[in-house]
Design a protein around this ligand. Structure first.
Ligand code: F6R
Length: 626
């Protein structure tokens, strides 16, 4: 069996893994363009089924480019969107109608009457009829030629949450808790996310002639593998695509990492045993067998498809010791390097000491939540630590927090004898703005500014709890964030320029960053690309070549032991200190605080591989720059 057909034995839907989301989007847009042009020649309209969310954004940008630069016309295109939040009018900033206008329709020449979305405001007693008519309209148009899909973490396509049947049609559904959590940032708090939506059914989607599901970023990797390789089940509605004749998945590398051909390539075909593949195989064998690395036997390797590894690098005894030592050397309580120590096998070099360590936090909470233990240790070990919040994060702060601060100020100002009229006026102004815009309205600049200040205060406070003085906490306030909304940010060169200036001033010996494997339109990924672009501009500067870059993960899936280049252990007291610093973020959600639990799980994994048993570990991957 060749490698491809062996992969197909696991993958029940044809799946293409692209270098990047933009490469995938370009390939998909090319297909859609060909369809539109072919239909034009036949004198028929092309019927497209469209999705919203962050996933299709690069695809829509490419369609807009094709329209502007290569004259692709959409005059003869009819679109049907998958879904709409129930309860939101088409003018609501988070309605899918608005999203589609912002991201596509307003930038192409599609006639308004060719655009169809379910209505979010149809009265309750007319929902059934509205949904029936939506189905009828699709059929009357001749059915969807090409359906674009994203996938939710619950495995939903459209908003077909777990439990949706294969035959389901357009209807009103209740959104899953996870889906609402994922939309919480868009709506500034889970409590503001609508509870219902109207969605095409699984059956509606499966009637499309062609279907492509796109997925980017590491936090989609698990659900993608369940949809592609798992059983067909209503617990993961995307798995129904396995039964469709032409459905395909277009994914990026980060979203592919749980597929068998990527995760366990030796089960799929011959493997070139690079050091990292070898480490992965040994760790996998150890965790599958629940047996420490040093206790794995030749039989264990042979029985689990690893006989060629054994014949190349065995016997087991020697291979085990080699990998055990490699894992052992990743553990270091000296993230900045241990001064005056032999650093041959340490993750970080000993010199220079002390180091200038620059910690990048995409939003104010990210770094402290993810690597607060390491920040703590770097400070304690005498390094010059600078923590930089790249964006203000103000879109995450709920109105209730802004209301609280403005009310306190108002009360204080009113209680003060004289000279506080400006403060009173300011507080009243904020409270008025909050009331006028209502829970769903867009924040006016003054409200965003107050929310930024609240988060700044929380970050300074949390940093202080770890021993970092306020002057060592900086705020870049990158412009792309201030000008945008979640899922639709557009960074520019100005953002990179700001990062360049900061790097040039600080000249770090170490950089800690995140976002390399995140959803490409997330704030973390955009910030990471900004750092990469800035470093590329600065690569000829002496300090830059010598600077080590450590990548950390946020609330997405933690690094697996075989991927870890530095594991920073924490004692119970140190973990508690980190967790305590999180309590300073009143506006944080529990999902973010769950990172502490994931630090414990990394330590448990090291323990079960037969390494030291720590309370918790933060983990890092070295950025291997070209
Ligand atoms: C949106 C839709 C959903 C999304 C899914 C992924 O119209 O139908 O199925 O595709 O929730 O959302 P993102 O792309 O934001 O991760």
């Amino acid at each position: 069996m060749n490698r491809r057909s062996a992969a197909e034995a696991y993958e029940k839907v044809p799946t293409s893994i692209f270098e990047s989301s933009s490469a995938a989007a370009a390939s998909l847009a090319k297909e859609v363009r060909e369809l539109i042009e072919a239909r034009n020649k036949e004198g028929k309209p092309a019927i497209l089924g469209l999705a919203t969310g962050s996933t299709p954004v690069p695809f829509y940008r490419e369609l807009i480019r094709l329209h502007r630069e290569e004259g692709l016309s959409f005059k003869n295109v009819i679109t049907f969107n998958l879904d709409e939040y129930y309860g939101l009018g088409s003018d609501h900033p988070e309605s899918y109608y608005r999203f589609m206008c912002d991201q596509l329709f307003d930038h192409i020449d599609i006639p308004k009457e060719n655009i169809h979305l379910p209505s979010g405001t149809v009265p309750g007693d007319q929902v059934f009829e509205h949904c029936r008519q939506y189905e009828e309209m699709i059929d009357a148009a001749g059915g969807v030629d090409f359906q674009i899909l994203g996938i939710g973490r619950t495995g939903h396509i459209g908003f077909n949450e777990p439990g949706s049947s294969r035959e389901s049609l357009t209807r009103r559904i209740t959104l899953d808790r996870i889906t609402r959590q994922d939309a919480a940032a868009d709506f500034r708090g889970e409590e503001n996310v609508p509870r219902f939506a109207i969605t095409m059914g699984v059956g509606t989607i499966l009637r499309a002639k062609q279907i492509v599901l796109m997925a980017w970023g590491e936090n989609k990797a698990g659900v993608v593998s369940r949809a592609v390789e798992g059983p067909v089940t209503d617990a993961v509605s995307a798995s129904f695509l396995q039964d469709h004749d032409t459905a395909r998945f277009f994914i990026d590398q980060a979203a592919s990492r749980e597929l068998t051909r990527i995760k366990l390539p030796w089960l799929v075909g011959p493997v070139k045993w690079s050091p990292s593949e070898t480490r992965r195989a040994v760790c996998w064998l150890s965790s599958t067998y629940k047996r420490p690395v040093l206790k794995l036997t030749d039989e264990d390797y042979n029985e689990h498809g690893l006989s060629d590894l054994l014949s190349e690098q065995g016997p087991a005894y020697q291979l085990n010791i080699r990998i055990f030592n490699q894992l052992q050397h990743t553990i270091s309580g000296w993230p900045g390097g241990k001064p005056n120590a032999d650093d041959t096998f340490r993750p970080e070099r000993a010199k220079p000491y002390p180091k200038r360590a620059l910690i990048f936090s995409p939003e104010p909470q990210d770094a402290i939540v993810s690597i607060g233990g390491t920040i703590d240790r770097l400070i304690e070990q005498g390094h010059d630590v600078c923590l930089v919040s790249m964006t203000s994060g103000n879109l995450r702060v709920p109105d209730s927090e802004a209301d609280k601060f403005a009310s306190i100020l108002q009360e204080l100002a009113t209680a003060s004898p004289e000279g506080w009229s400006e403060q009173t006026e300011y507080a009243r102004h904020i409270l008025r703005l909050l009331e006028e815009k209502g829970p769903f309205g867009e924040d006016p600049p003054a409200v965003r500014q107050l929310k930024s200040l609240i988060l700044r205060g929380e970050l300074r406070d949390a940093a202080h709890a770890l021993g970092l003085p306020p002057e060592k906490v900086q705020f870049l306030n990158l412009a792309f964030y201030e000008a945008g909304r979640y899922r639709r940010f557009k960074p520019t060169h100005d953002d990179t320029a700001q990062i360049v200036t900061l790097l040039r001033e600080f000249k770090p010996h170490q950089i800690y960053a995140t976002g390399d494997a995140a959803d490409p339109s997330s704030v973390a990924a955009l910030c990471y690309r900004g750092i990469e672009a800035a470093l590329a501009e600065l690569q000829s500067e002496d300090w830059s070549a010598a600077c080590s870059i450590w990548l950390y993960r946020g609330k997405e899936k933690a690094l697996e032991p075989w991927e870890i280049d530095m594991a920073m252990p924490m004692s119970p007291n140190q973990l508690e200190r980190k967790a305590r610093s999180h309590t300073r973020y009143q506006s944080l959600t529990t999902i973010e605080k769950d990172v502490v639990r994931s630090n414990q799980s990394t330590a448990e994994q090291y323990d079960s591989l037969g390494l030291a048993n720590y309370e918790a570990m933060e983990s890092f991957q070295r950025n291997r720059r070209a």
